[in-house]
Design a binder for this molecule. Structure first.
Ligand code: SF4
Length: 291
C-alpha cells in the first residue's frame, strides 16, 4: 500500500483496511486542524487505487471493513467514485461495510439517489465533523458551513439509509463561548439525531491558526473541569431517540459511553460526581491525551 503522509481514521475503523482514495482534505481551512496541512488535496487516480486494492487482496482478502481515506472521500464526483467502490466490493468477498468521511459540502453535492447507489454497493456509514452547534464558533474556526446546511446533509445521509456518525469538539468555543457552544451543540445533536456522536476535546496543534490565537491571547482553552462541564451541558441538552454518545477518544479527560436517552441520567450523574470531587486522578493524565 502506498500511503502518502499521516493517515487518519475514525476510532471505530481500527480494524478496517484503510484505502487512501483522496490525499488531504478538500476544505483544509479549519483553524484548529493540522491533520492535512502538509498535503495538497487531490483525488488519487483509479490506477493508483487499483494497485493498492490488488496488493491488499494478497494479504487481507477476507477483510470485512474498508475505510476510504483521507478527508472527505464523498467529494469525489459520483462517476469516479462508483467504480472505486465497485472495485473494493469486488475485491473483498466478505466485505460488510465501507466507511467514508463526508463534509456538509460534499454530501450536499450528492443527491439522495446517488447516496443510495453508494449504499447499495456497501458504503454503510458516513463520518461527519459537526464540531459545534454554535454558528458563531463555526464561523470563528473557519469551518465553512452553515448549521442549516449541515442539518440538510445529515438528513440526506439518513434518507439514503446510511449510518450517520458525527464528531463534536469540546472546548472549541474557548472559555468565552464555552457554555453557549455546549448548549447549542447538544441542541444541534437533538436536531439531526445521529446514530453515533463522538465528543473529542480540543488539543492545540502547533502550526495551526488556533495555536497562534492562543499565543496572542485571543483564544483561551477551557481547563479540564470546564471541558467536563461542557460535556455535561452538551449531554443535558441532547434529546434524541436512539444515539450512541461517546467521549472515549484519547483527547478527552473523561471517557463516557452511553446510549441516549436511555442512559442519560446515569451518565450525567457520573459526570457530576467527577466535577464535584475535583480529584485529578479521576481524569486521563495530560501525557496520555492525544489526537
Ligand atoms: S477539521 Fe475536517 S474539514 Fe476541517 S480542515 Fe480538518 S479535515 Fe478538513
Amino acid at each position: 500500500m502506498k500511503y502518502e503522509g499521516t493517515i487518519y481514521r475514525p476510532p471505530s475503523e481500527a480494524d478496517s483496511l484503510i484505502l487512501q482514495v483522496t490525499i488531504g482534505c478538500s476544505h483544509n481551512k479549519c483553524t484548529f486542524c493540522g491533520s492535512y496541512k502538509d498535503k495538497k488535496f487531490r483525488v488519487r487516480t483509479f490506477e493508483e487505487i487499483a494497485e493498492d486494492v490488488q496488493e491488499a487482496k494478497q494479504y487481507a482478502r477476507y477483510i470485512r471493513k474498508v475505510f476510504l481515506a483521507d478527508g472527505d472521500a464523498l467529494i469525489i464526483p459520483q462517476k469516479r467514485l462508483l467504480p472505486i467502490v465497485q472495485l473494493v466490493r469486488d475485491a473483498f468477498p466478505r466485505l460488510e461495510r465501507i466507511g467514508v468521511y463526508g463534509n456538509t459540502k460534499s454530501i450536499l453535492k450528492k443527491s439522495v439517489e446517488e447516496l443510495k447507489e453508494l449504499k447499495d454497493l456497501g458504503v454503510g456509514i458516513v463520518y461527519l465533523g459537526v464540531e459545534s452547534g454554535d454558528q458563531v464558533v463555526l464561523d470563528r474556526v473557519c469551518k465553512g458551513t452553515l448549521l442549516d446546511k449541515t442539518a440538510e446533509a445529515a438528513q440526506k445521509v439518513k434518507d439514503a439509509g446510511m449510518l450517520l456518525s458525527v464528531t463534536v469538539l469540546l472546548g472549541l468555543g474557548g472559555v468565552e463561548r464555552s457554555r453557549m457552544h455546549a448548549e447549542e451543540t447538544g441542541k444541534f445533536l437533538s436536531r439531526i439525531k445521529p446514530d453515533y456522536a463522538g465528543a473529542l476535546s480540543v488539543i492545540v496543534v502547533p502550526g495551526t491558526v488556533l495555536a497562534d490565537e492562543i499565543k496572542k491571547g485571543t483564544f483561551v482553552v477551557p481547563d479540564p473541569y470546564m471541558l467536563l462541564e461542557e460535556l455535561y451541558i452538551m449531554i443535558e441538552n441532547t434529546n434524541v431517540d436512539h444515539t450512541y454518545f461517546a467521549s472515549n477518544h484519547a483527547s478527552n479527560y473523561l471517557p463516557v459511553k452511553a446510549w441516549l436517552p436511555e442512559e442519560k441520567e446515569k451518565t450525567l450523574k457520573a459526570i457530576k460526581h467527577v466535577l464535584a470531587e475535583r480529584d485529578p486522578s479521576m481524569l486521563r493524565p495530560e501525557f496520555m491525551r492525544a489526537l
